[in-house]
Every structure is written in C-alpha cells, then in structure tokens.
Ligand binder design. Structure first.
Ligand code: KIV
Ligand code: ZN
Length: 390
C-alpha cells in the first residue's frame, strides 16, 4: 500500500501528543470543539487521546468517537491488554475507529525502560496487534524511538505485526534525533526490505527537538511514507511535533516537486490554529509559518511595492487559501451581533448557545466603548474571559 498513490493521509494528534505539552491539558468540551474543527479541516484521522490514561481521557475519546462522522477517530494504547480493551471500549460507537498501539524498539528503551529482551518485545507487539484486531478492523502499530532502533530488528517486528493484522506502521522519531536524508533512507529501506510492506501504509511521526520535524516528515513522504502524524501549531511534547499547517502547505505549494496531495480544506487552517491557541493558552509566535500574524504581512517599502505590482513577487501562497480573512470587516461599537458571531467563527470559536453568544457580545460592546480598534486577540481574550467566568 505504501508509495502506491500520491495521497498523503493526515493524522492529527493535537488532542493526544499535543496535549502532552506541559500546560496544554484540555477539558472534554474543549477537546470536542477542537475535534469538530479538525473534522471541518478534513483531517483523515483524529487521535483523540489515550483512553486508559484517566477517566477524563476515556470520556473525551468516547465523546469524540460518538460526535465525529467524517474522520477516523483513534485512541492510543500501550501494547498491554488493559490499554487495548479500554481503547476498544471508548471507540465502540465510532463510525470509523482505529486502535493505535505501540512499544519501544530501540536498544536503550528496551534495556532500561521496558527491561525486556528483543524477542519479548516482538511477542508483546504481535499479541497487542492481534488483540486490537479482535476489537476493530483498523489497527496502527508504532515502533517507539524508531529513529534510534536497529534496521534489522525493525524489519523483523514490522513483518510480524503486519502478519498479525496491523494496517498502518508508524516509524516515530520520538526524540527528534533524525536528520532528513537519514530518516528518508530508513523509510525507503524499510519499505524495500519488509517482505509484506505492500499490505500496510507507512507513517511518520516526528518531534521537533532539532527543529527538523517538518523537514524529516517531508523526506519520509518523499521516500514512500503515506501518512504523516502532526499537530496544529506544532503543539506537543518538549519542542513539539511536526506542524500540520506547514506540512500541508508545503505539499500543496510544492506539489510540482513532491507530486503529493492531501484532502485538507486549507481554508480551515487559521481557524483551527486560533482555536487551539485560545483553548491551550499557547500563543502563536508572530513569525510562525502559515498561521503567525506576520506570515502574510509586508513591512518594507520594496516588498509592499512589489506585492502591489504583482502579488507573487513576494507571496508563494495566498492568505485566503489558509483561511486568513483579508477583507475582514472592522469591528467596533456599531457592529451587530451577527458580524460579531461571524468574525468569532472565522477565528475558530463557535458559541454553544445563544446565552453564551449574548454574554460575549455584551462584553464586546463594553470593550468597543473604551477602544476604537478591536483586534482579533482582543476578541479571543474576551471570549475566553466570558467562558472562564460563566
Ligand atoms: O513520539 C512517539 O513515539 C509517540 C508514539 C506513542 C507514537 O508519540
Ligand atoms: Zn510523539
């Protein structure tokens, strides 16, 4: 299955690996709002959480599995019977569900963390995949710390988990250690050497410790991987995960070279970024690619002059394509409830009831009396405050 067509599956893990960012934990309702926005963005797979981790995580995965119809909903589980059963239970009512099970395969993780011999690791992996397949058709297996694992050992375990029923094989760069050529070569060799590789989709999951998560993900798809795991705004453990918006826009903008596409509705990228930022309280740096406030701003006279003469002199994609509203109405004290609600929706905030809209709108009017220009950040702060004090 790998490398046979040019469509890259986008697997979003904002709600699982993104939430592992210190200080980014989210409530069930917040996760549900983000999941709905991810569905609007048309991500293929939403990793909704780690069902065994806590009753709250279980409830979130279950609620998301019941609410989402157009994306596959996935729960993480270690290669342990209890984890797998809990994931299966949380996903029971999903239109399309996936169990994602993993075990570490690097010498350092096997020796110190798992305290297992390689043979035991293979045995546990195969058992976990078979158990998951008894509960659900769609099973993903990850080789944690793959970028520091031995190639021969990875080939061995991958062949056996595919035989056991795994349909997606994920090769994570768990500690953000890989560099693009090396990582691309690893993916290429795994696909070439594993005898039953054609029965699975190869996936990549890159962390950003060296700032290379997006570059490594692109090297991997170039080498035949057809699923990329990523998060909105690059949220995630330590330095974060590969950023969804950067991968999607790189594939789209450089389709001429990479020859690959995604199913993402790119106009939903900025609303998704705003929503994740407002829910987690993690601001987006102004110069962040695609979703930063300055990503499409031109300050220097030479650049402004160039863009006015022909946009493509200094722009490789359009702001509208990624969901920036360049013709936006200026909101002030004369603006009505409808304009306010529309702008908030563009910023990724949907009101759950008329009462919530009315409270936020009343606060907006109070602010508009004091401030001549209301910026997007004012609106986001105002709605967060209204929600916090509700
Ligand atoms: O980084 C990692 O290895 C993970 C796995 C659990 C997929 O997040
Ligand atoms: Zn990870």
């Amino acid at each position: 299955m790998s490398g046979n067509d040019n469509r890259v599956i986008i697997f979003d893990t904002t709600l699982r690996d993104g939430e592992q960012s210190p200080g980014a934990s989210m409530t069930r309702d917040e996760k549900l709002r983000i999941a709905k926005q991810l569905e609007k963005l048309r991500v293929d797979v939403i990793e909704a959480g780690f069902a065994i981790a806590s009753p709250g995580d279980f409830a979130s995965v279950k609620a998301i599995a019941e609410a989402i119809k157009d994306s596959t909903v996935c729960s993480l589980s270690r290669a342990l019977d209890g984890d797998i059963d809990r994931a299966g239970e949380a996903l029971r009512n999903a239109v399309s569900g996936r169990i994602h099970t993993f075990i570490a395969t690097s010498p350092i993780h096997m020796q110190y963390k798992l305290q297992m011999q390689p043979d035991q690791v293979v045995e546990n992996a195969v058992r976990a995949v078979k158990r998951a397949r008894n509960l659900i058709d769609d099973v993903e297996f990850s080789l944690e710390d793959a970028s520091r694992s031995e190639l021969d050992f990875m080939c061995r375990i991958i062949e056996q988990v595919i035989d056991a029923g795994a349909r997606t094989i994920n090769i994570p760069d768990t500690v953000g250690y890989a560099v693009p050529d090396e990582y691309g070569n690893t993916i290429r060799q795994l696909i070439e050497r594993v005898p039953n590789a054609d029965k699975a989709i190869f996936s990549v999951h890159c962390h950003n410790d060296l700032g290379l998560a997006v570059a490594n993900s692109l090297a991997a798809v170039n080498a035949g991987a057809r699923q990329v795991e990523c998060t909105i705004n690059g949220l995630g453990e330590r330095a974060g995960n590969a950023s969804l918006e950067e991968i999607v826009m790189a594939l789209r903008t450089r389709e001429d070279v990479l020859g690959l596409t995604t199913g993402i509705d790119t106009t939903q990228i900025v609303p998704a970024s705003r929503l994740v930022s407002s829910v987690t309280g993690f601001p987006v740096q102004p110069n962040k690619a695609i979703v930063g406030a300055n990503a499409f701003a031109h300050e220097s006279g030479i650049h402004q002059d160039g863009v006015l003469k022909h946009r493509e002199t200094y722009e490789i994609m359009t702001a509208e394509d990624v969901g920036w509203n360049t013709n936006r109405m200026v909101l002030g004290k004369l603006s009505g409830r409808n304009a306010f609600r529309t702008r908030m929706e563009e910023l990724g905030t949907t009101f759950v009831s008329d009462a919530e809209l009315n409270t936020a709108f009343a606060r907006f009017k109070e602010l508009a009396d004091k401030k001549s220009e209301i910026f997007d950040d004012d609106l986001i702060a105002l709605v967060s405050d209204a929600r916090a004090s509700a």
